[in-house]
Design a protein around this ligand. Structure first.
Ligand SMILES: *Cc1c(COP(=O)(O)O)cnc(C)c1O
Length: 384
């Protein structure tokens, strides 16, 4: 093996300043990594808001069938999936932009609308990718303090303050509804008031990655608002309730002119062949997402029964995960994360968000949730 020559300066110095100042996003720890590190086999991963029921059988069959054609480039326009999505949502295919996960669309929006001369507004505790994609362009990220912990929506986006932070230089606002990692959400009336007040010179990105789970809460269906606000872009994904996280497919619904701009910057084949096939098939299986929603409803109720008696404070969540303050026992979230790892349970530490007392727990199957409760009880009540 050859090692790089020990010459200075490092070639990293050649990278643009905005990139040099980035910290990479930390993903949920993969089960294979934990198994390598600790030799554990029976691992429960509740760290990346995946749907443990897995994808629709229709999606699995469609992706398997597509594999024989994998020597061909996929349809670069994703025509069939776009038509299916447009029909589902009552919009035109020209309003749909497909992405390699909705994460891809977050990047495309930043590339299309941001420069070092303009700004973007995001909330404190917002999904970390927003800050990352804004900073990568060299634009200014204006981070607006979130609602305080003892408010009606702890750690939630303060849409009034975010609106007040928008000025002539602001090209983008990112809103996660509900937000990850806090689970907090913005009610319909507040989102509409925000869209009415924000100038049309600012693109509003409404990230609805957890839309299916959030429907039983007072969250708007952003896609219904797109015809009223030409500056609104709504993002959805097949990664969460549709359980296709490994395939990477998400989409945006917007004014056709915004979609046109996004299509100019995306890679020509940004969504792969099995992903296109599986996503289209998944749309035909309404029950699959409904089962996931029912699982989360029951699992959330279970954790709300079991964890507060252990001194764990749970914050309200409209997603398939919950932010849990484990600080009452004098341990911080990172320490509880480490202890849970040794028991083969992977959750997500959120100290990077400034929530050092907390961990984020994905709702799993009943068996996984029980394992989490048992392990957490042991971590919190045993010394060392
Ligand atoms: C998971 C998540 C996404 C993106 O997921 P993709 O897999 O890239 O579609 C986007 N926004 C939020 C808030 C998320 O939690």
């Amino acid at each position: 093996m050859t090692t790089p020559a020990d010459s200075s300066p490092s070639p990293a110095a050649l990278a643009v300043a905005a990139v040099r100042s980035l910290s990479p996003y930390v993903t949920g720890k993969p089960m294979s990594e934990l198994s390598r590190e600790l030799g554990l086999t029976d691992i429960v991963k509740l760290a990346s808001n995946e749907n443990p029921l897995g994808p629709s059988p229709l999606a699995l069959a469609a992706m398997q069938q597509s594999l024989a054609d994998c020597w061909l480039y996929p349809d670069g326009n994703g025509h069939e999936l776009k038509v299916a999505l447009a029909r589902r949502h009552g919009v035109l295919p020209s309003q749909v932009t497909l992405g390699n996960g909705s994460n891809d669309l977050l990047v495309l929006l930043a590339e299309a609308f941001l420069t070092p001369q303009v700004s973007a507004v995001i909330s404190q505790y917002a999904f970390a990718i927003y800050g990352l994609v804004v900073h990568a362009t060299g634009a200014v990220a204006k981070v607006v303090p979130a609602q305080v912990e003892d408010s009606a929506m702890p750690h939630g986006h303060d849409l009034q303050a975010m609106c007040a932070a928008v000025d002539d230089s602001t090209r983008l606002v990112y809103i996660a509804n509900p937000n990850n990692p806090t689970g907090s959400w913005c009610p319909t009336a507040e989102v509409c008031a925000f869209l009415d007040a924000v100038p049309r010179s600012t693109i509003v990105v409404l990230d609805e990655a957890y839309y299916e789970y959030a429907r039983r809460f007072d969250c708007p269906d952003g896609i219904e608002l797109v015809s009223r606000y030409p500056n609104l872009v709504v993002l959805r994904t097949f990664s969460k309730a549709h359980a296709l996280a490994g395939l990477r497919v998400g989409y945006g619904i917007s004014h056709p002119d915004v979609a046109d701009m996004l299509n100019r910057v995306r890679q020509p084949f940004n969504v792969n062949l099995p992903a296109l096939a599986a996503a289209e098939a998944a749309l035909g299986d309404a029950q699959q997402a409904e089962r996931a929603v029912a699982l989360v409803e029951a699992g959330m109720a279970y954790l709300h029964r079991e964890l507060p008696p252990l001194g764990v404070k749970l914050f309200p969540s409209a997603g398939n995960f919950v932010l849990a303050d484990v600080g009452a026992w004098g341990l911080d979230g990172q320490q509880v994360f480490d202890r849970l790892l040794r028991q083969g349970v992977i959750v997500r530490p959120v100290g990077g968000y400034g929530l050092s007392r907390c961990i984020r727990i994905t709702i799993g199957t009943p068996e996984q949730n029980e394992r989490l409760v048992t392990s957490l009880r042991q971590c919190l009540t045993s010394q060392g």
